[in-house]
Design a protein around this ligand. Structure first.
Ligand SMILES: [Cu+2]
Length: 147
């Protein structure tokens, strides 16, 4: 009798686990955030970790938000002589390889917010709509903080 109960419990757990995994997103967005900057600063940036849980390559194509006049996907690069510049990413998209990550972080890849419409004060929450090549559009909330 005890064995039957254990088996039933196991089957129930398995069923729950299966339901969970079928809901898994192809892309997971971890810790979307932006750095505090005063209204006087014209531009801002957002960062996040993108994880591709699927077995096909994907790419972040664009980001939309009411908080910016215009949004571009940028990278920092070495202009030489210790000077860093930034420019739109090649091809305009950020690749997220199958089973891999793309890390957007200060000093590297970032979502460039041009023509800020609001003050990027600490704890401000900014909704972003991410569009991918393959995965469904995704709504995330970036939180503004110092670092
Ligand atoms: Cu930039």
């Amino acid at each position: 009798m005890k064995k039957v109960v254990v088996l039933l419990a196991f089957l129930l757990l398995t069923a729950v686990a299966c339901t969970g995994s079928s809901n898994d997103e192809a892309i997971t967005v971890t810790d979307p955030w932006g750095r505090t900057s005063p209204m006087a600063a014209e531009n801002g940036a957002f960062y996040m970790m993108l994880t591709n849980n699927s077995d096909s390559d994907d790419a972040l194509v664009s980001v939309a938000t009411d908080a910016c006049g215009m949004v571009e996907l940028h990278e920092m690069y070495d202009k030489g002589e210790g000077v860093m510049g930034m420019r739109p990413v090649e091809g305009g998209t950020i690749p997220v390889p199958a089973g891999g990550n793309a890390e957007l972080k200060p000093g590297g890849l970032h979502v460039m917010c041009m023509g800020k419409q609001i003050d990027f004060a600490a704890d401000t929450e900014i909704p972003l709509t991410l569009t991918f090549e393959n995965a469904e559009d995704m709504e995330v909330t970036a939180v503004i903080r110092d670092n």
